[in-house]
Design a binder for this molecule. Structure first.
Ligand SMILES: *Cc1c(COP(=O)(O)O)cnc(C)c1O
Length: 377
C-alpha cells in the first residue's frame, strides 16, 4: 500500500459489527464480561478501548513498527517512553529539543535519578563523546524545534547499536508521511499528535511506535500502569486527521518551499532556517532520510522591536503556540514555546529574541506571501 492509500486504508477500516465506514467512538469505560474474565478483548478503557486501538494499529502501520501506543499528550508519550529507563541511567539528548522535553528531563526525570547530557546531535561525534558507562539511550529530534537542525538518523542508529543504546526519535516535525525513523534503525519513534497528525488544532495527544515485541510489552505495561491515555473522542479525531495527512503535507511542502525562498531574498531577514534550502547545513541529510522538508520555517529579523511589528501586522499568521495545523501560525520561540529554557542557554543555541517561527498551513501561498510582505514593510 502506498502512503496516500495507507492514510485512508491502514489500521482498522470502519466497523465490522455495523458496516460503519467511520471507526465508531466507543465512549465507554468498561465492558460486559460473559463470565469472570471472559471478555471480547476489552475489560477497562485504561487498558484498552476499541477506538484507541484502531488509532494504535494505524500509527503502527504508518511508522512500520511492531506496536503503536496512544497517549493523552506528546509529553505523556515522551514521559512514558522515558519511564523505560531506570534510576541511575543516563540519556544523550538533542540540545535544541522541544522546551517541554527539556523541562521534564531537567526538572522531573533528573529528580528521579535519570540524568541527561544535551548535545548538538547533528554532529554524531558529539553524541559519541557524551556516551558514558551508564548511558542507556539516545533521544533525537530531527528536524529540531525551532532551528530545524537535522540529525542523520541512520548514522546515530549505528552508533546507538554499537553501544547497545536505545534510539528514540521525536518525529513530530517530519510526520510519518515524510520520515520513518524505524526504517532508518531507530527503536522507538514518537509524536506530539497534537501537531501534524491531528492537523486541525483541536486535539492534544501523543503517539509512540516501537520496533520490537520486547519494547511493546514494556511500554504497554507502562501505558496501562501510568494511565496517561487519550479518551476515545480524541483518538477518533486523530484517525480523522490522519485521513488527510498526505494531502496536507503535500500542500504544506509546496507552500513552505515558496515562503522559504521569499524570506531568503528579503532584505530585512538576516537568516532563514529551513532544511529545504540548499544553503541549510542539514539539507543533504534531510533530503536523504525524508521525503519532504516539512512546514516549519524560522527566521531571524535581528531584534524584538521588528518582531513585535511583524506580529502586530500579520493577518493570516495567527500568533499562537503549537504548530502543524491547516492554518498558518506565527510564534516567538524565546518568549513562547522555549521560554522554559533559561535565556543564556537560548542565546547559546541561537534562539534569539529576534527569531520568529512560522508553521505553514494549507492556505493559498500567494496570500501568505502578501501577508508577510505587508508585515515586513
Ligand atoms: C508539541 C511538541 C511536543 C509536546 O507535545 P504535547 O502534545 O504538546 O504534549 C513534543 N515534541 C515536539 C517536537 C513538539 O512540537
Amino acid at each position: 500500500m502506498r502512503p496516500k492509500t495507507q492514510v485512508i486504508h491502514a489500521g482498522i477500516f470502519g466497523d465490522e459489527n455495523t458496516g460503519s465506514v467511520s471507526v465508531p467512538i466507543y465512549q465507554t469505560s468498561t465492558y460486559k464480561q460473559e463470565a469472570i474474565g471472559k471478555t471480547k478483548g476489552y475489560d477497562y478503557s485504561r487498558s484498552g478501548n476499541p477506538t484507541r486501538h484502531a488509532l494504535e494499529i494505524l500509527i503502527q502501520e504508518l511508522e512500520h513498527g511492531k506496536a503503536g501506543f496512544a497517549f493523552g499528550s506528546g509529553m505523556a508519550a515522551i514521559s512514558s517512553v522515558l519511564m523505560l529507563l531506570n534510576s541511575g541511567d543516563h540519556v544523550v539528548i538533542t540540545d535544541d529539543v522541544y522546551g517541554g522535553t527539556f523541562r521534564v528531563v531537567d526538572k522531573v526525570f533528573n529528580r528521579l535519578g535519570i540524568s541527561a547530557t544535551f548535545v548538538d546531535t547533528s554532529d554524531p561525534d558529539r553524541i559519541k563523546n557524551a556516551i558514558k558507562e551508564n548511558t542507556k539511550a539516545i533521544y533525537l529530534e530531527t528536524p529540531t524545534n525551532p532551528l530545524l537542525k537535522i540529525t542523520d538518523i541512520r548514522k546515530v542508529a549505528e552508533l546507538a547499536h554499537q553501544h547497545q543504546l536505545l534510539l528514540i526519535v521525536d518525529n513530530t516535525f517530519a510526520t510519518p508521511y515524510w520520515q520513518n525513523p524505524l526504517d532508518l534503525g531507530a527503536d522507538i519513534v514518537l509524536h506530539s499528535a497534537t501537531k501534524y497528525i491531528g492537523g486541525h488544532s483541536d486535539v492534544v495527544a501523543g503517539l509512540v511506535v516501537v520496533s520490537s515485541e520486547e519494547l511493546a510489552e514494556k511500554l504497554y505495561f507502562i501505558q496501562n500502569s501510568v494511565g496517561a491515555v487519550p479518551g476515545p473522542q480524541d483518538a477518533w479525531l486523530l484517525i480523522r486527521g490522519i485521513k488527510t495527512l498526505a494531502l496536507r503535507m503535500e500542500q504544506i511542502e509546496k507552500n513552505a518551499g515558496k515562503i522559504a525562498d521569499y524570506l531568503s531574498a528579503h532584505a530585512k531577514v538576516r537568516k532563514v532556517y529551513y532544511p529545504g534550502l540548499a544553503s541549510h547545513p542539514g539539507h543533504e541529510v534531510a533530503a536523504k532520510q525524508a521525503g519532504g522538508f516539512g512546514g516549519m520555517i524560522s527566521f531571524d529579523v535581528g531584534d524584538e522591536a521588528t518582531v513585535n511589528q511583524i506580529l502586530s501586522k500579520t493577518k493570516y499568521f495567527t500568533l499562537a503556540e503549537s504548530l502543524g495545523a491547516v492554518e498558518s501560525l506565527i510564534s516567538v520561540p524565546a518568549k513562547m514555546t522555549h521560554a522554559s529554557i533559561p535565556k543564556p542557554r537560548r542565546d547559546e543555541l541561537g534562539i534569539t529574541d529576534g527569531l520568529i517561527r512560522l508553521s505553514i498551513g494549507i492556505e493559498d501561498v500567494e496570500d501568505l506571501i502578501e501577508d508577510l510582505e505587508q508585515a515586513l514593510s
